[in-house]
Design a binder for this molecule. Structure first.
Ligand code: GLN
Length: 207
């Protein structure tokens, strides 16, 4: 299956690199850098990378794929947004320059940790994955989750959320050697019976 990394700005190569490694081991994952509508049509999963959300926002609008991403994801294509990517996926942002896609019903604050704690690395406990070393860089803060399941917290704040086919993280799984989050995302694509649904961890669907 082809997995597209929206490829204008940010940690594009890093995501492609992890997908390539997984593909070499599993044989059925093909990473694709996506910059236009035709390439987007070809993929079974979409990754919005970390980077600068205002820049990525401008470019996906300019290249005409903003609306296409929304309709593909609404029709079931899994999406993972990391850092800037979760800002772009959110229903509400605190910055008028980034009109979130509304794919995750959360409210998010860009650069929420302020200047003192712009970047840090810490362990988080992820439901279904376990202990994970998370890299936060000028990370946003999730202010509220209206819909979906919170998979991880850091310091009492949600840092990883899943709602059905949409996964959002405020940290950067593309900046470590740990492939477990990408593998989890790949598991959301065409798993048993197709795309999986968000659950509350006990098999109960969160709607
Ligand atoms: N602060 C960045 C933004 O608002 C996100 C940071 C990141 O992706 N590392 O776009």
């Amino acid at each position: 299956m082809k997995i597209g990394v929206i490829g204008f700005q940010g940690d594009v190569e890093e995501h492609l690199g992890i997908l390539k490694r997984i593909g070499e081991e599993s044989g059925n994952v093909e990473p694709l850098r996506v910059k236009n509508r035709d390439q987007l049509k070809d993929v079974s999963g979409i990754i919005l990378p970390g980077g600068e959300s205002t820049t990525i926002f401008k470019l996906i609008k300019e290249y005409g794929i903003y609306e296409d991403i929304i309709s593909m994801v609404r029709n079931g294509t899994p999406l993972m947004g990391t850092c800037a990517g979760i800002i772009l996926s959110a229903a509400r942002t605190n910055d008028a320059r980034v009109d979130g896609m509304g794919l995750l019903d959360i409210e998010i604050e860009r650069n929420g940790y302020g200047r003192q704690a712009q970047s840090f690395i810490d362990d988080v406990e992820i439901k279904g994955i376990g202990n994970y070393m998370a890299v936060f860089i000028r990370a946003p803060i999730i202010k509220s989750v209206n819909h979906g399941e919170i998979l991880a917290y850091h310091d009492g704040k949600p840092v990883m959320v899943r709602d059905g086919n949409v996964l959002g993280l405020t940290f950067h799984p593309e900046l470590t050697d740990d492939t477990r989050i990408h593998e989890y995302f790949i598991g959301m694509i065409g798993g048993e019976g197709g795309v999986s649904t968000g659950t509350n961890g006990e098999g109960v669907i969160v709607k």
